[in-house]
Design a protein around this ligand. Structure first.
Ligand SMILES: NC(=O)CC[C@H](N)C(=O)O
Length: 310
């Protein structure tokens, strides 16, 4: 299977050549609009630690909302089940930056993966810290997960988003008006924008997700990151909420827990088997990587890894 896997990854890369550049690169964060839309990277790390990769798998890109999986994991570690007093666990069925549900539900976001929910999670990670310390803690955690000290935040992306993040400021102020944030809006968003601006390669991202494929323990480092129950639950949230209002479609086509970001990255997990990441900057109408989703659909088809059966 392992040797076959590299052949499968190579085949997917080759088959998708004619599709590269499809979709629309996110331009509401000006710094993201500069990325070459024809980039494509893919990495699959199996639970025995073997890496299978293709294309631009060693080129760092902005992980954006994929980071929300890591901040949720950190918040759960700090606050345990009380995290759920601040953010729900239901799919939203609305776009990632939607504000309408927040009013109906009195400032408690539907889930931790839409922007409002991740802003609430940033507020939780900020507890007892300055924004700089909280950002440092998140970065250290991601480096620990991926076992790679070279992972960094791209300050130009954070600044670019801070300058144009009107929608996120609106969401955070709205939550604050319901007394749902414990820290100043500028501090919470400072944390949020910086974790969205973490740059990683597909290989690093696949490694960072490995604990979710292996019952909470990173088999490459031997570190127990979370309990198996928590890993299972984070996977459940990724499956139901990881692609916003495209989560149903992703489950239907790919059948794996996954989390997307507007930088064009997707991290996905085949429990008990592998963690994987793809990167292709063009997005579909839901803000999820178009070619990246196709690549994962092909991978799930060829490996039979869907959590719903072969
Ligand atoms: N879907 C995403 O990746 C959105 C993240 C982005 N930083 C934003 O807040 O808009």
């Amino acid at each position: 299977m392992t040797d076959d896997l590299q052949a499968i990854v190579d085949r997917i890369h080759a088959k998708l050549q004619s599709r590269l550049g499809e979709g629309k690169v996110a331009d509401y964060i000006p710094q993201l609009a500069h990325v070459d839309p024809r980039k494509f990277g893919m990495a699959v790390v199996t639970v025995d630690g073997k890496v299978h990769s293709a294309g631009d798998c060693a080129e760092p890109f902005s992980i954006q909302s994929v980071s929300k999986v890591f901040t949720l994991t950190l918040a759960l570690g700090k606050h345990g089940e009380t995290t759920w007093n601040r953010v729900g666990r239901e799919p939203s069925g609305s776009p990632f930056n939607s504000i309408v549900q927040l009013e109906q539900e009195a400032g408690k976001p539907r889930n931790p993966f839409i922007n409002a929910g991740a802003i609430a999670v940033s507020d939780l990670v900020l507890a007892g810290h300055t924004p700089r310390e909280a950002i440092g803690e998140i970065l250290r955690f991601v480096r620990y997960l991926a076992d790679d000290e070279t992972i960094a935040i791209d300050p130009s992306v954070a600044k670019s988003e801070e300058a144009t993040g009107y929608r996120n400021f609106a969401l955070a102020n709205f939550m604050r008006s319901f007394n749902k944030l414990s820290h100043p809006v500028e501090h919470v968003l400072g944390v949020y924008f910086h974790h969205c601006a973490i740059s990683m390669t597909c290989t690093q991202l696949a490694r960072a997700g490995l604990f979710l494929a292996a019952n909470g323990r990173n088999p490459m480092t031997g570190h127990t990151v979370v309990s198996s129950q928590r890993a299972r639950r984070i996977n459940a949230l990724m499956l139901t909420c990881g692609h916003y209002d495209g989560s149903g479609e992703f489950a239907y086509r790919v059948g794996l827990p996954g989390k997307s970001g507007v930088g064009g990255g997707i991290m996905a997990v085949a429990p008990g088997r592998a963690s994987m990441a793809v990167w292709s900057p063009g997005l579909n109408q839901n803000g999820n990587s178009l070619v990246g989703s196709l690549a994962l659909e092909m991978l799930a088809d060829e490996t039979g890894w869907s959590v719903f059966g072969h």
